[in-house]
Ligand binder design. Structure first.
Ligand code: ZN
Length: 130
């Protein structure tokens, strides 16, 4: 490990709070729609956090889920939404289904994502797509 990926010595995962496992630093970078994240995200997501392997996967899924959900909420209110552009609704629907499938297959720990919220969004996107 080099200085950028080494775990903090008193490291605990910021997702599931497991200690004594290898941790990865996650900063969110760009959102699902390719926008720079820091103008849109809550302050809590601005500073990189440390996650174990399982939670780092889930953190990326959670980021996409939140991006899609917030754009879908705008779409539902007939406001300007990234989902009304091009094939973004299609792309977002597939992504949420993929996340739901990973939850169903127990491929993630569900520390950060709530299965019922993901399922609800998947259904809403599907019905919107018609
Ligand atoms: Zn974890």
């Amino acid at each position: 490990m080099d200085a950028n990926t080494a775990s903090p010595s008193a490291g605990k995962c910021d997702g599931c709070a497991t200690a004594d496992v290898p941790l990865t630093k996650i900063s969110l970078g760009r959102d699902f729609f390719g926008r720079v994240y820091d103008r849109l995200s809550p302050n809590a997501d601005l500073s990189p956090k440390w996650y174990c392997d399982a939670c780092s996967v889930e953190k990326n899924l959670q980021r996409d889920f939140r991006d899609i959900k917030s754009e879908f909420d705008k779409l539902s209110k007939e406001a300007a939404s990234a989902l009304s552009q091009g094939d973004q609704l299609e792309r977002a629907t597939l992504r949420v289904k993929e996340i739901a499938a990973m939850i169903a297959a127990n491929a993630i720990k569900r520390t950060l994502l709530k299965p019922d919220e993901v399922a609800t969004l998947a259904r809403s996107l599907e019905s919107r797509r018609g």
